[in-house]
Design a binder for this molecule. Sequence first.
Ligand code: ZN
Length: 169
Amino acid sequence: MKLKSILTLAAAAILGLVPASPLTAADEHDHDHAAKAGPTGGKLLTEVEPHAEFLVTKDKKVEIRFVGEDNKVVAPAAQVVTVTLGERSKPTKLTFTKDGDKLVSDKTVLEGNDYPTVVEIKADAKAKPVRSRFNLNLTQCPTCAHPEYACTCEHGDHAKKDEAKKGKK
Ligand SMILES: [Zn+2]
């Protein structure tokens, strides 16, 4: 009887540790909002201030919106945006024109999926460019409402990886 209660306590202690770890990871990820969706469900690019949202529309054009800290759209100022798609040997460049509160690409994205993508944003024509690189995976995520490039649930995997790293130390 006594041994059994010790075992029960031990099991409870082990179980108790399991929920504690993801909570810690979630706390850390509060400071990394890379996996947060933009106001219209696109990918939030946090490398640039104000942040920018990258969205592929139903007709396969790219829309860029600028987003304030409260995740609300702010009108474009003098930003110059270029998106480069595909392999470096034969890239496709998209340029953007202002349309109301957003910038819209001149061309559609490439056929195919999961190709390298570079979003280059300059605060104005003379400013130093800020680049964001990712693979444009347009497959619908099975877990959240977004395509994979804008997935908001992948940070769970990152948290697991972070924990695995910590565990090795
Ligand atoms: Zn997802």
